[in-house]
Ligand binder design. Structure first.
Ligand code: C5P
Length: 238
């Protein structure tokens, strides 16, 4: 389903800023270079929901990064309410089938696409062991959760691009693979640990890339976004 997406439609800029005022400045600066935005927890509590709806009304693709995880009744009803907002994507945690199936029921026949977060890109082996998960690498856990989420009816999987090839082999061609933790060669990783460049991520089978700070904190965000789009485009051609 993703094969027809243009390079620009594969870049989701994470608007991880504290205020709608700052987000508005960024979106204006980025202009036509960016067509898809991710609105997450930080901005949501700074007026971000109305802002997200405004982006959608302005013709942008909007990804609400709520990472829902709760009892089934709560997730189902939250997903139903979110579906009524008319946005494009919603994240849920793909840690268990009950959560994912509840979100699938909640979005019902709406056009909202569900993306299951497998293992956060900021986590490594020691972090999952700390959670009590023994004998599995982060990649094993990602693939295990990706299979469960696909069977439960999600549209896409969120994981590190380092796992994209394994996920594709496990879930087949029709599931969207969305990868945060993307950095240009030599870029600062920040708190991310399972990172990859945009070119390598696309080559590994990622469909859409989520990029935050390398664009939002750049001296020239528009030029930074254009560099990401150019690298995605080059990878698609090769
Ligand atoms: O600034 P940076 O490019 O690291 O931002 C990545 C974005 O992707 C953040 O908004 C983060 O919440 C989100 N994300 C992630 N890892 C996941 C799921 C979402 O980094 N597994």
């Amino acid at each position: 389903m993703s094969r027809s997406l243009a390079a620009r439609e594969r870049l989701f800029v994470a608007l991880d800023v504290a205020s709608v005022d700052r987000a508005r400045v960024l979106v204006t600066e980025l202009g036509d270079t960016v067509s898809c935005y991710k609105v997450g927890l930080e901005l949501l509590f700074g007026g971000g929901l109305e802002f997200a709806q405004g982006l959608k009304a302005a013709g942008k693709t909007v990804f609400l990064d709520m990472k829902l995880l709760d009892i089934a009744n709560t997730v189902e009803k939250a997903a139903a309410n979110i579906a009524s907002l008319g946005l494009d994507y919603l994240t849920i945690h793909g840690t268990d089938t009950k959560t994912v199936e509840a979100a699938v029921r909640g979005r019902g026949a709406s056009t909202l696409k569900l993306l299951a977060v497998t293992v956060l890109t900021s986590l490594e082996q020691a972090d999952i062991e700390q959670q009590g998960i023994k004998g599995m690498s982060p990649a094993d856990l990602v693939v295990h959760r990706a299979r469960l989420a696909k069977d439960a009816g999600v549209d896409g999987i969120v994981a590190s691009a380092q796992e994209a090839t394994m996920i594709r082999a496990a879930v087949g061609p029709d599931v969207l693979i969305v990868t945060p933790g993307i950095r240009l060669a030599g870029g600062a990783a920040g708190d991310q640990v399972r990172v990859m460049t945009p070119g390598k991520a696309i080559a590994a089978g990622a469909d859409c890339l989520v990029v935050g700070r390398p664009i939002t904190e750049a001296a020239d965000p528009r030029a930074a976004a254009a560099a990401f789009v150019a690298e995605i485009e080059a990878a698609l051609k090769s």
